[in-house]
Design a protein around this ligand. Structure first.
Ligand code: DHB
Length: 396
């Protein structure tokens, strides 16, 4: 079978929001790229993901010209509620740090970017099979795969970007002696649902209770997203709609909230894990987003971190490829990691603040309530939460 060869400056493995945003930013900078993904466009689009965009993520969509939908259909949230100990406590980001976040699902960010890439005829290949990544230690790395039409393809490039998610194939190419990996496991997970119901609250409610954590989020006026802490081995088929609603109502009811119920149309268990791979560059390979780091879902940092990575990466690649600044890519790891570790800490901290620790002691429970009271009970406590939640301003 003949192999079709394409030459490009940057080959990006992974056509999720990070890969597509990078390809979009590179095009604006005059750098050409090819994007490949083993998943089909429909498959990526139909996976339910998180829904919170930090201030800087929205700004990136605005500055790069893909903000039409987020500005029309996204919902600005200026605050969240932290519910515990029988009541609810408002943390007003706008008042505290002059920032807000936007409720806009990751799948919509993907759709907007995929449509923008398609509109300019960008080279994005969904549904490829048998991807192989070769020669990252040279200046001519290669990606081989069989495309959706069954044709054998080879992409030759100067730089290769692994934006291929937490099970990254690209990451596995980094020689073991050159990498360090940091892990943190958690003894719980989230049971996530999408349901057809009116909103139960105007803002997001993060609810702590003796039965475990619950998060009340939204999607539209008639579609809502909710999560509750569960065992990582929980089997979703064992949960009827009635059983799910009873559990959610019990958890938020302890803090005085009643949920509007409706048919549940999606249910899944989301795993919790903190992971960082260092460095984020190895030779001609650069890692971005979940391929380099994963965070537990509390605080919705995953997509925001991925977008922050590719903002920095696009700038470094532009300098390397357009301005002959060969050292530009040496900066990538340190610049990206400073935010990554802050977000790692924030996600870990919010997780430990709000979840019941299985096998925790009475001391742990009392200490946790005191920590919640310290956070909401002082302006500096609330400000700390507000800064982390809305995202630290990117160094410019
Ligand atoms: C959502 C997910 C999160 O992990 C979070 O902290 C807030 C909101 C969501 O999917 O809406």
């Amino acid at each position: 079978m003949t192999t079709h060869t394409t030459a490009t400056q940057v080959c990006i493995v992974g056509a999720g929001p990070a890969g597509l945003m990078l390809s979009h930013l590179l095009e604006l900078a005059g750098v050409d790229s090819v994007v490949v993904d083993h998943r089909s466009r429909v498959e990526i689009q139909s996976t339910v993901r998180a829904g919170i965009l930090e201030r800087d993520s929205v700004q990136l969509l605005v500055e790069s010209g893909v903000s039409d939908n987020v500005l029309i259909h996204g919902d600005e949230h200026r605050r969240i509620d932290l519910a515990f100990g029988g009541g609810s406590n408002r943390v007003d980001f706008h008042e505290l740090v002059g920032a807000s976040v936007w409720l806009y699902p990751q799948t919509s960010v993907f759709e907007d970017l995929a449509a923008a890439r398609e509109a300019v005829g960008a080279d994005v290949r969904f549904g490829v099979a048998g991807t192989e990544v070769l020669d990252i230690g040279t200046e001519r790395p290669v990606v081989r795969f069989v495309d959706a039409d069954g044709l054998r393809q080879e992409v030759r490039c100067r730089y290769l970007v692994g934006a291929d998610g937490s099970h990254s194939l690209c990451r596995q190419q980094v020689p073991e002696v050159d990498r360090r990996q940091y892990f943190q496991e958690y003894p719980f997970a989230w049971f996530g649902i999408l349901c057809e119901a009116p909103k139960s609250a105007a803002e997001l409610v993060y609810s702590h209770s003796a039965r475990g954590f619950a998060l009340i989020s939204q999607r539209t006026e008639s579609m809502q997203r909710m999560y509750f802490q569960c065992d990582p081995s929980e089997d979703v088929t064992q949960w009827s709609d009635d059983r799910i609603w009873a559990e959610l109502q019990a958890r938020v009811g302890a803090n005085g909230l009643t949920l509007q119920e409706g048919p549940i149309c999606d249910r899944a268990v989301l795993r919790f894990r903190s992971f960082v791979h260092e460095p984020m560059r190895s030779g001609s390979l650069l890692l971005a987003g979940d391929a380099a780091h994963t965070v537990p879902p509390t605080g919705a940092k995953g997509l925001n971190l991925a977008l922050a990575d590719v903002r920095v990466l696009a700038e470094c690649l532009e300098r390397a490829l357009r301005k002959d600044d060969v050292d530009a890519l040496d900066e990538y790891t340190d610049r990206a990691l400073s935010r990554v570790w802050k977000a790692q800490h924030f996600s870990y901290w919010m997780t430990r603040l709000l979840h019941q620790i299985p096998a925790g002691t009475e001391f742990d429970a009392r200490r946790q309530l005191a920590e919640l009271q310290s956070v909401v009970g002082s302006t500096s406590g609330r400000t700390y939460l507000a800064e982390g939640y809305t995202g630290w301003p990117a160094p410019r």
